[in-house]
Design a protein around this ligand. Structure first.
Ligand SMILES: [Zn+2]
Length: 470
């Protein structure tokens, strides 16, 4: 009976966000809970002995604290060690995990696993297409496969593919090898939505590459632009059946990477964009509702602080009617509003406590209109503001419900995300991307990069690039 261990640590790290990510941010799956992950089903169904290590995942945020990471890694390693002889290990990773004092988290994790299991045990890993991949990770992992959709609707499919490819290779006694080419491009995810050109046609090319002889899988990774690390960039990964096919796979990877490079100037936002006040002006006179504005520089789903009150300040100063801001992360303000109670007025400061670089607390006077488990709603003039006690990205209509607010009834709905998530995209009469400040600033030249390799587009524009010789 084949024996495969499953697990992983998954995090998208925004290195511009100075607030460290601790252990409490992680949701940890162990034992049966981890086996219930749908990705292990094909393994279990084909009679493979699946050994759950641990899987820990946290929403996008700042650098992972070293102690938090080490304790997760040690638990994962001890379970792999206790499992005894293994034929393979399947990891569910992100690819953009950065750890304080360690650097690239995935590389450190797989390196540590190799120290326990040696080089003969096959290791397969699924990745988010927003991962920034190191050459070492590709060298020490046998199979790497990434999501093919952003916004992501194929997470389970990708993990299942990582598991099935691994089981197939073990069954056929193959030793696959992955190769990677990294075009020097920093691409915010908002400019590479996979249903929008040029990303759409690039991703459509993947099945063709996979159909070629000797190639097991291929991935395009957009990368994570808000990570100031030497490995931040787009990547193309191709998995070859064995070392004999390596050159052919490398050729395919170069072809895709060159195509990404040639289209570098075509990647753009898929919604009209502008400065904060411009987006408000366009929206307030729009004939239909709701109009969604993405406060893209303070995008919680990209690891920003999520507490910049800039939009509240602008909407109230401009006397905008019928607007909603969802939401601002401010536990202290939530506690205060809970004490004040529904229906009562209060003066308080909101936001600007986490991102102190681009924001500052905003003094407001408003009426508490709703108190729920995770936050409160406050009405300031004719602007409703949801304040949350934890990071909360309002990505579905259901997310608004606890606050007694129907976003479909509002003229303007400001959300702290970048590209609109699918349900909001469908609900929006119109949507705009505000080029606002923050740790997910879409204007990359406004961020202070120190560690990315140079030259890199779009920070540098006047240079040529060719894939390195294999
Ligand atoms: Zn992602």
């Amino acid at each position: 009976m084949l024996r495969i261990a499953v697990g992983g640590i998954s995090h998208e790290t925004n290195t511009f966000n100075p607030i460290p990510t601790g252990l409490e941010a992680f949701r940890i799956l162990r034992e049966e809970e981890l086996l219930k992950n749908g990705a292990t089903r094909p393994l279990l169904e084909s009679g493979i002995d699946v050994i759950p290590a641990i899987h820990a995942a946290a929403p996008p945020s700042g650098l992972i604290g070293r102690r938090a990471y080490t304790s997760l890694r040690e638990e994962l390693l001890s379970r792999i060690e206790a499992a005894g002889k293994l034929d393979g290990i399947c990891l569910f990773l992100h690819g953009a995990m950065e750890v304080e004092g360690v650097g690239d988290g995935e590389t450190d994790l797989v390196r540590s696993i190799r120290q326990v299991v040696g080089n003969d045990v096959l290791i397969s890993a699924s990745l988010d297409l927003h991962g920034n991949i190191t050459p070492e990770l590709v060298r020490i992992t046998d199979i790497l496969t990434a999501y093919r959709t952003a916004p992501h609707i194929d997470a389970l499919e990708t993990r299942t593919r990582a598991a099935t490819l691994l089981a197939n290779c073990i069954g056929k006694e193959k030793k696959p090898v992955s190769v990677m080419v990294k075009p020097p491009i920093l691409l915010p995810g908002e400019m590479a939505v996979t249903s929008v050109e040029p990303a759409a046609s690039l991703y459509r090319r993947l099945p063709g590459v996979i159909k070629s002889r000797c190639v097991l899988d291929s991935s395009i990774l957009v990368g994570m632009a808000w990570a100031d690390t030497p490995n931040a960039s787009a990547s193309v990964i191709v998995v070859a059946e064995d070392t004999d096919c390596r050159d052919q796979a490398y050729g395919k990877a170069c072809g895709l990477a060159e195509e990404i490079w040639s289209k570098r100037e075509e990647f753009c936002l898929d919604a009209p964009s502008g400065a904060v006040d411009e987006t408000i002006e366009i929206t307030r006179s729009y004939p239909k509702k709701p109009v969604f504005i993405s406060d893209s520089g303070d995008n919680i789903t990209g690891g920003a602080a999520g507490d910049n009150p800039l939009f509240v300040e602008r909407l109230t100063s401009l006397n905008v009617e019928d607007a909603l801001v969802a939401g601002i992360m401010d536990p202290a303000a939530v506690t205060l509003c809970r004490k004040v109670g529904v229906g009562n007025r209060t003066r308080l400061e909101i936001g600007g406590k986490l991102d102190r670089i681009d924001g500052q607390p905003l003094e407001i006077e408003g009426k508490v209109t709703n108190i729920s488990d995770d936050g409160v709603a406050v009405r300031i003039g004719s602007v409703d503001v949801i304040l949350t006690a934890h990071w909360k990205a309002f990505t579905t209509l259901k997310d608004f419900r606890p606050y007694g607010i129907d976003p479909l009834e509002r003229q303007i709905v400001v959300v702290k995300q970048g590209y609109l998530f699918p349900e909001l995209r469908r609900a929006a009469a119109f949507s705009l991307m505000a080029l606002s400040p923050g740790f997910t600033n879409l204007q990359l030249d406004q961020l202070r990069y120190r560690n990315v390799r140079r030259p890199i587009y779009p920070l540098d524009k006047e240079f040529t690039w060719e894939p390195p010789l294999n």
